[in-house]
Design a protein around this ligand. Structure first.
Ligand code: S3P
Length: 449
């Protein structure tokens, strides 16, 4: 019997049905994954505020970067057809974003809202209003409003200026040294972007190193930016001069993670995932899976417009449970839901701690993963800051829900590959936020095409 992968639309949502043959399906072949979400956002944003033209190849066409493009278009930036092979952004130059006549809508995207806030707050005499979908309107904004306020920003929001919708009156900001209490690339990037127009040195120090795409790209665009790896600090010297560049966006390791886990847990599988970004601040998932004895190798390692890239080969192997925490967590924060799926099929217990940040993502990923995996028959329990998962799970298909979170939808689909019977994943359309082709690739692999 062939695998059944079917997407049904019941407006406004979609339900993904998966039914695997009892003998299982070995996943084989070469695939590519869509462009890196973090790099896509940054290429659009830096392109927007630079002087001259930025050309982008491999831009992620997910809902999140589309939100970024729409927001900057509303502030006078010309962005070419996003579907084109090369997307061009005609920058307005630093400090020249226009006051939009409409509310800026970041949709589901925390990166759009938080990074953009640093730019809006530093545009004197302009007024901006920003919002997002119901998930984004419940996510904490104080983490960026606090440092921006220390720089002199004027921002209002719901619930004592902590939640969107937000209103911003741009100001001439002053530089600060911000010691962030959390390892967050969104916080770091927001403050560095605000620092571009402040006069002097703006520094962000983090408790653990978060992804460094902003630092790399700001330098490539001509900003004077220094890094102190010993103190995990980045400093930008304003006012900066940014010039449009060519950016080639690598495949997103966060999207590749679904296939790494799918092949690692499915007997007989071997996949080559080509052209994946392997920036060391993002490769925690490779280290975690390798620590669980996954068979993953990097081939054809190279540097593409300032970012490390490789092809990833993964073969099935018997995984072993392991414990993860500390500095590794920020380097795989978005991959923890699918790492939890890998843990279900390992020998022994897996414990993930120091990951309380998962509670303030697109959903509370700790609660939602524990509940949904339990519904499938797993032994998965919540910790205050992580998850505890028993290996050797035997899953039975049932109805589960993405809670409108893209990474939950896709992680549950990977779990369903190993479930007997039929699994229904409700609100599966969320996958399009970061991986519009996910279901197509899943079907392709399961039909052995
Ligand atoms: C991102 C940073 C991370 C990550 C998000 C993308 C970025 O968020 O979870 O998907 O592009 O800067 P935090 O900064 O909140 O950890």
């Amino acid at each position: 019997m062939p695998a059944v992968i079917h997407l049904a639309t019941t407006p406004p949502h979609q339900t993904l049905t998966l039914h695997m043959p009892a003998e299982g399906i070995a996943l084989q072949g070469r695939i590519t994954v869509p462009g890196d979400k973090s790099i896509s956002h940054r290429s659009l944003m830096l392109g927007a505020i630079a002087t001259g033209e930025t050309r982008i190849q491999g831009l992620l066409l997910g809902e999140d970067p589309r939100s970024t493009a729409r927001c900057f278009e509303a502030m006078g930036v010309k962005v070419s057809d996003l579907e084109a092979d090369w997307v061009t952004v005609k920058g307005v130059g630093l400090g020249n974003l226009q006051e939009p006549t409409e509310v800026l809508d970041a949709g589901n995207s925390g990166t759009t809202l938080r990074l953009m806030l640093g730019l809006l707050a530093s545009h004197p005499d302009r007024f901006f209003t920003v919002t997002g979908d119901s998930s984004l309107r419940s996510r904490p904004m104080s983490r960026v409003i606090k440092p921006l306020s220390q720089m002199g920003a004027t921002i209002w929001g719901r619930q004592d200026n902590t939640l969107a919708p937000l209103a911003v009156r741009g100001q001439q900001l002053k530089p600060i040294h911000y010691h962030s209490p959390i390892a967050s690339a969104q916080v770091k990037s927001c403050v560095l972007l605000a620092g571009l127009l402040a006069e002097g040195a703006t520094t962000v120090t983090e408790p653990s190193l978060s992804r460094d795409h902003s630092e790399r790209m700001l330098r490539a665009f001509g900003a004077n930016l220094t890094i102190d790896p010993n103190t995990r600090s980045a400093t930008v010297y304003g006012p900066a001069q940014l010039t449009g560049q060519t950016v080639i966006v690598p495949g997103d390791i966060s999207s590749a993670a679904f296939w790494l886990v799918a092949a690692a847990i499915t007997p007989g599988s071997e996949l080559l995932i080509e052209n994946v970004g392997v920036n060391p601040t993002r490769t925690g998932i490779l280290e975690a899976l390798q620590a669980m004895e996954a068979d993953i190798t990097l081939e054809n390692e190279r540097l593409v417009t300032g970012e490390p890239v490789a092809d990833l080969r993964v073969r099935h192997s018997q995984l072993k449970g392991a414990s993860f925490g500390g500095d590794l967590i920020p380097r795989m924060i978005d991959e923890i839901p699918v790492l939890a799926v890998a843990a279900l099929f390992a020998q022994g217990k897996t414990v993930i701690t120091d990951a309380a940040e998962l509670r303030v993502k697109e959903s509370d990923r700790i609660t939602v993963m524990a509940q949904q995996l339990t519904a499938l028959g797993a032994q998965a329990s919540e910790l205050p800051d992580g998850l505890e998962i028993q290996g050797g799970a035997v899953l039975t298909g049932t109805e589960v829900d993405s809670y409108t979170d893209h990474r939950i939808a896709m992680s549950l689909a990977i779990a369903a590959l190993q479930a007997s019977g039929t699994t229904l994943i409700h609100r599966a359309e969320a996958a399009a936020v970061s991986y519009p082709e996910f279901i197509h690739t899943l079907d392709h692999l399961c039909q052995g095409r």
